[in-house]
Design a protein around this ligand. Structure first.
Ligand code: P6P
Length: 329
């Protein structure tokens, strides 16, 4: 591929050529997610100026107050995907049940899971937030919604969009991780971070230490060790937006932890549209993702909104966590 400026569309077409039998359906889905993210980026970047900031009166399935932008972003993702006729089912953090698709989509060969706007509590204070998505092939089953409950190892694509100092589209189809930065002047995502690899050792650990007293002993001992590692100087960073903490750690090296605690016994993050897509990305970038006992991508889901502990990042720090849980519980 020449070293000229590569936009996302061209990159996707080059990728598609590697699959001679490709119908273009998958590329269209990905293009539409990128399109929706541009609309979302535009709204987020002016959220402070229009009456779109603030909470609605409604709550999602987890009982969390839905911000106006949450619902806007959810709607844009659905509007972008449904008309393609290539997606036969969708699941979103913002809706209790899988999203019914229009009749013509019933023949769609793919299903999509997404968190349309992760980190909502940061919207009103202008901190980075993101969209997370995963794409599966439809299983040979008439009931398309069953295809939404696949383990993460079946993902054919996952990615996120981070709405921060710039808007970036980062995704994998199993051939490495590539990052594209939005140039708003032309409305194009341009390849800015080719073939992202996470350092094997990090300098950052990300965990909400206000949960310290609710943790099992192994987690406490691990965090105490990270504070005073004999060989490595770590710093703590916690933005409170998974996409932002994850993105920084993937580029700089480090570990993000949201383990179980005695208030959130299954952890807080959702398996299908948060942990799995990030786990696919981090493994493609050379890192690891676990729930403390199993590889995240191996977990067989039981329901679309189920939660999981998530420890994800550089191999050294994740393996060290596993050793502490094995030793201390
Ligand atoms: P806490 C945002 O609500 C989120 O789902 C993730 O994006 C973030 O990492 C986590 O929850 C923050 O949780 O308990 O620190 O507010």
């Amino acid at each position: 591929m020449s070293n000229s400026i590569i936009n996302l569309s061209r990159f996707m077409l080059e990728e598609e050529k590697k699959y001679p039998g490709a119908s273009g359906d998958f590329t269209l889905i990905l293009e539409q997610i990128a399109f929706a993210s541009k609309i979302i980026s535009r709204e987020i970047n002016k959220a402070g100026l229009v009456n779109i900031i603030g909470s609605t009166k409604s709550h999602n399935v987890h009982g969390e107050t839905q911000q106006k932008l949450d619902l806007f972003c959810n709607e844009k993702m659905i509007q972008a995907l449904d008309p393609t006729g290539k997606v036969c089912a969708m699941a979103s953090e913002e809706l209790d049940e899988p999203i019914g698709v229009s009749d013509k989509s019933l023949e769609g060969k793919y299903v999509v899971v997404f968190d349309p706007l992760d980190g909502s509590s940061n919207i009103d204070v202008n901190v980075s937030i993101g969209t997370i998505f995963g794409i599966y092939k439809r299983l040979d089953d008439d009931d398309c919604s069953k295809s939404l409950l696949q383990p993460g190892k079946n993902l054919v694509c996952s990615g996120y969009v981070i709405y921060g100092s710039s808007t970036m589209f980062v995704y994998t189809t199993g051939n490495g991780v590539n990052g594209f930065t939005l140039d708003p002047s032309v409305g194009e995502f341009l390849l800015s971070h080719p073939n992202i690899k996470i350092p094997q050792f990090g300098k950052i650990y990300s965990i909400n230490e206000s949960n310290y007293d609710r943790w099992a002993t192994g987690i406490k001992e691990y965090v105490k060790f990270m504070r005073n590692h004999p060989d490595r100087q770590y710093t703590a960073r916690w933005i409170g937006s998974l996409v932002a903490d994850f993105h920084r750690n993937m580029l700089k090296g480090g570990v993000f932890l949201y383990p179980e605690n005695n208030k959130n016994r299954k952890g807080k993050l959702r398996l299908m549209y948060e942990a799995n897509p990030m786990a696919f990305l981090i493994e493609q970038a050379g890192g690891m993702a676990t729930d403390g006992t199993s590889r995240i991508l191996d977990i067989v889901p039981k329901e679309i909104h189920q939660k999981t502990p998530l420890i994800i990042g550089s191999k050294y720090e994740v393996e060290l966590y596993l050793s502490y849980r094995e030793k201390y519980g």
